[in-house]
Design a protein around this ligand. Structure first.
Ligand code: GLC
Length: 535
C-alpha cells in the first residue's frame, strides 16, 4: 500500500483527553484548554498523532459536558474560543491533529432549543425533541428504558407529555426525523470543520433515530454484554435504525467537502459484528472508525481476546480499518481491568494489533482507577448503593509527586480526588527513568511510527502456541514482525521455527532482553511481551 495514498487517520494513534481531568491551568480544580495547551509538548514527545478531546462546549455539567447547551461555544470552565483557536493552531504546528466530540443524540435540558420546545405545543421547535402523549392511564407511551436504568420517558407538566431521554433525564433526545434538526446539527459540523478541526468522535451514533411506531423493546438476551450495566431490555427499536445510516452518510458527505481527510470516529456500542461492520457503510461511506465495544468489555484472557479479534477482523469490510480501544472515560482503566503486571503487554496489543489505536490519558503512566469516597461522587451514573459509576477512571492526571499531583496547585480542592498513588505513579518521576512505563510507551509509539508493518501491514495470527499466549505477525513488503504476548504468569518456551531461524528483538516488556533470538527456542517470561523482527 502506498503510504501517500492512505489518509492520515489510518496510520494514526489517537489519545483521548477528558478535559476536566488533564491539566488545571487556573487553579479552580477543573482541567481546561489552557492546561492542554501547556502540555502539548508532553503529547508530542509521547509520540501520538491525534488528540480527541471529550466535550468542551457550554454545559450545565449534569453529565460533565455530554449534556451540551450550545454546540458552537466553549464552556467558560474550559476557557474561551480564543484559547481554543490557539490550541488548534499550536497543536497543528506541533504536528498533532485535534478531534472534538459531537453529541448528536441529545442536547442538554438547558439548551435553548429544548427550552423552546417544552414551552408549548405550538412553539416552532415543538418537534425538535421526541414528545409523546401518555397512555390513557397516564403511564409512559412504551417500555423504552434509559441506559442508566428506569423509563426513558420523562413527564413534563407544561406540555402534559413525556419526552424521551435515552441517557439521563437532563439529556433529551433530539428528533433526527425533523429536517430542521438535521440542518441545525449539520451547521454545527460546518462550524468546527471550517475552523480546521481534524474530525469528530460522535457520541452514541446508533441511538440517533428511534422506530417511528414506538413499539416496545423485547427483554434483553441472557448473554447480552449490556446486562452488565443493568439493562433489562434489548434496544431493538431505539438503536441502529436504517434512517440513522442515512444521516451518517450525510455527515460523511459534509466531511468530504473539506480538505484534509477529516475523520469520523463513531461511538458504536453494537455487539453483533455484522451490525458494527455496517457502520462503515455499504460503500464505505459512513463512519471511518467505529469503536469496537467488545474490546472494552473483554477480560485479560488470551483465548477470549483471540476469539473476539478473529470474529471482529473477519467482519471488517475490504478497504476499512478496525478500531482498537481498551479504555476510556466510561470504562475501568486498563491497569485496573487487566492488572498492573499486564500494563505493558496491553500497550503492546493496543499498538501492534491491526487497527487504529485509541489511548486514554494517563494509561501511558499506568494510572489506576481512583478510590472515590461516597461524599465526592460526581457521576450521574453513580449510585452509592450500586457502585461508583465512572468517576474512578476520570481522576486528575498525575503529573508529579507534589500535592494535587501537579494537576491543580496545592491546596485546591480538585473536582475529583487525585488518586493516592500519585507519589509513585506520575509523569515527572517516570520522565528520567528509562525503564518507566512512560518511556516504554514512547519507545513503542516510535516503533509503530517507524515501521510500516506495524502501522499499515497485514495481520495474521500464528499457531500453535501454548494456551495463554497470543502470537501474530505483521507484514509489509520485506518487513516481517512477530508479536508475542504472554497473558499469564507462567513462563513458556516456544518453538517458532516455522517462521524462520532467527529474529532480532525490537522491544520487550522486560529490560535486559537479548538482542538476537533463536526462533526454535523463544523464552517468554511471566506476563512478558516481545516484538521481534523476523529475518
Ligand atoms: C457516551 C459518553 C458518555 C455519556 C453518554 C451520553 O457513552 O461516552 O460519557 O454519558 O454517551 O452522552
Amino acid at each position: 500500500m502506498n503510504i501517500n495514498n492512505t489518509p492520515w487517520w489510518q496510520r494514526a494513534v489517537f489519545y483521548q483527553i477528558y478535559p476536566r481531568s488533564f491539566m488545571d491551568s487556573n487553579g479552580d480544580g477543573v482541567g481546561d484548554l489552557q492546561g492542554i495547551l501547556d502540555r502539548l509538548d508532553y503529547l508530542v514527545k509521547l509520540g501520538v498523532d491525534a488528540v480527541w478531546i471529550s466535550p468542551i462546549f457550554p454545559s450545565p455539567m449534569a453529565d460533565f459536558g455530554y449534556d451540551v447547551a450550545d454546540y458552537t461555544g466553549i464552556e467558560p470552565i474550559f476557557g474561551d474560543m480564543e484559547t481554543f483557536d490557539r490550541l488548534l493552531s499550536e497543536a497543528h504546528r506541533g504536528g498533532l491533529r485535534i478531534v472534538l466530540d459531537y453529541v448528536p443524540n441529545h442536547s442538554s435540558i438547558e439548551h435553548p432549543w429544548f427550552i423552546e420546545s417544552r414551552s408549548s405545543r405550538e412553539n416552532p421547535k415543538r418537534d425538535w425533541y421526541i414528545w409523546k402523549d401518555p397512555l390513557p392511564d397516564g403511564s409512559p407511551p412504551n417500555n423504552w428504558e434509559a441506559t442508566t436504568g428506569g423509563s426513558a420517558w420523562n413527564w413534563d407538566d407544561n406540555r402534559g407529555q413525556y419526552y424521551l431521554a435515552q441517557f439521563i433525564k437532563d439529556e433529551p433526545d433530539l428528533n433526527w426525523l425533523n429536517p430542521e434538526v438535521v440542518s441545525a446539527m449539520e451547521d454545527v459540523l460546518h462550524f468546527w470543520l471550517r475552523k480546521g478541526v481534524d474530525g469528530f468522535r460522535m457520541d452514541m451514533l446508533p441511538h440517533l433515530v428511534e422506530h417511528p411506531d414506538f413499539p416496545d423493546n423485547p427483554p434483553i438476551p441472557a448473554d447480552h454484554p449490556f446486562r452488565s450495566i443493568g439493562l433489562t431490555l434489548e434496544q431493538v427499536h431505539t438503536v441502529d435504525q436504517p434512517e440513522t445510516h442515512a444521516i451518517v452518510r450525510r455527515f460523511r458527505k459534509i466531511f468530504e467537502s473539506y480538505e484534509g481527510d477529516r475523520v469520523i470516529i463513531g461511538e458504536t456500542p453494537l455487539f453483533d459484528m455484522a451490525k458494527l461492520a455496517s457502520c462503515y457503510g455499504q460503500n464505505l461511506d459512513e463512519v471511518h472508525i467505529p469503536f469496537n465495544f467488545k474490546l472494552l468489555l473483554t477480560g485479560w484472557n488470551a483465548g477470549k481476546m483471540k476469539a473476539v479479534l478473529e470474529e471482529y477482523y473477519a467482519a471488517i469490510p475490504e478497504g476499512a480499518v478496525p478500531s482498537i480501544v481498551f479504555g476510556n472515560h466510561d470504562f475501568a482503566r486498563i491497569a485496573t481491568r487487566f492488572g498492573r503486571q499486564n500494563l505493558r503487554s496491553a500497550a503492546v496489543l493496543l499498538l501492534t494489533l491491526w487497527g487504529v489505536p485509541t489511548m486514554y490519558y494517563g494509561d501511558e503512566i499506568g494510572m489506576e482507577n481512583g478510590d472515590i469516597p461516597p461524599d465526592r461522587l460526581q457521576d450521574p451514573w453513580a449510585d452509592p448503593g450500586k457502585g461508583t459509576g465512572r468517576d474512578p477512571e476520570r481522576t486528575p492526571m498525575q503529573w508529579k509527586n507534589s500535592p494535587n499531583a501537579g494537576f491543580s496547585p496545592p491546596g485546591v480542592k480538585t473536582w475529583l480526588p487525585v488518586a493516592d498513588n500519585y507519589r509513585s505513579i506520575n509523569a515527572d518521576s517516570q520522565e528520567g527513568d528509562p525503564d518507566s512505563n512512560l518511556n516504554f510507551y514512547r519507545r513503542l509509539l516510535k516503533l509503530r511510527r517507524d515501521l510500516p508493518a506495524l502501522h499499515e501491514g497485514g495481520f495474521e495470527f500464528f499457531d500453535p502456541v501454548p494456551q495463554g499466549v497470543l502470537a501474530y505477525t505483521r507484514r509489509s513488503g520485506e518487513q516481517q514482525i512477530l508479536v508475542l504476548v504472554n497473558f499469564e504468569s507462567q513462563p513458556h518456551q516456544l518453538d517458532l521455527s516455522p517462521l524462520g531461524a532467527g529474529a532480532r528483538t525490537l522491544l520487550s516488556t522486560e529490560s535486559g532482553e537479548q538482542d538476537r533470538v533463536d526462533l526454535s527456542r523463544v523464552g517468554l517470561g511471566p506476563n512478558q511481551s516481545l516484538i521481534l523482527m523476523l529475518e
